[in-house]
Design a protein around this ligand. Structure first.
Ligand SMILES: [Zn+2]
Length: 100
């Protein structure tokens, strides 16, 4: 078991209280009618699946029930940061001490 920091509750809670909800920072096309079928399909169905840093949406399902973002190392499962929806991630690449 490990703990995840909820940026809304302001405390670390057991991982079992949270659920991942997929890739973060997706932007809906501003004019879907102007999209090609391929562009719209990419937006609806295709997500990044990196080996390393990944920005994800999580929800504190058994808690405040709010959605937030997390930056996670997909290899080690380590969550490097959590931050509120609308905020930008601080961790955008590995530092020397965060080797994947
Ligand atoms: Zn919470």
């Amino acid at each position: 078991m490990f703990y995840i920091y909820c940026p809304y509750c302001g405390e670390h809670r057991e991982e079992e209280e949270f659920h991942p909800k997929g890739q973060a920072h997706l932007s809906r096309p501003t004019d879907p009618d102007a999209c090609s079928d391929e562009e719209w399909g990419d937006y609806l169905y295709f997500r990044d699946n990196p080996r390393g840093l990944h920005h994800e949406i999580w929800v504190h399902a058994i808690g405040c029930r709010k959605f937030f973002n997390a930056t996670r190392d997909t290899q080690s499962y380590e969550i490097l940061e959590t931050y509120r929806m609308g905020d930008a991630p601080r961790v955008t690449h590995f530092t020397d001490t965060q080797k994947s």
